[in-house]
Design a binder for this molecule. Sequence first.
Ligand SMILES: [Zn+2]
Length: 168
Amino acid sequence: MTAHLTDETVRLLSTSQSFARGRELYLNDAIFDAARQGNLLLGKCEGSGEPFYTLQVELDAGYVRFADCSCPYDWGGICKHLVALLLAFVHTPEDFTERKRIPDLLQGLEREALVALLAQLVDDDPELYDGLEAALVNARAVAKSQAPQHARSPSHKSRSGPRKPTLK
Ligand SMILES: [Zn+2]
């Protein structure tokens, strides 16, 4: 549930300067491509250093569990772009496009179609390959450890760690 996120919650997560600037961005409609997928909020914010910054927030019962912005802000609390995204969600949640869960999205697709779809995605964005390969190593290790016969699970390298936390 994502209810009960309020202006006050957002204010407590940010410095007064970030809050004031983020509020201004929000009021100037700087947030676009806003989407919601379960507890995840995604969006972009017009930027000064770059055409736009990419935002991601994970909510948990009205609290912010995780927040990330592609801007270089690192001076305490969340940045003004995240403030703008959160205020947009507090005041106009209907502007956030609802995204389906991946299992729902892929429902009914045969294996061949899934493979072709993954191949197409990696062709379009070769950078996806490393993440896909790492995820497959993990998935295979899990599958093996759950298999009835005794199998050595390969020692796999650590997954890429969580992104730079912007919250303490
Ligand atoms: Zn930012």
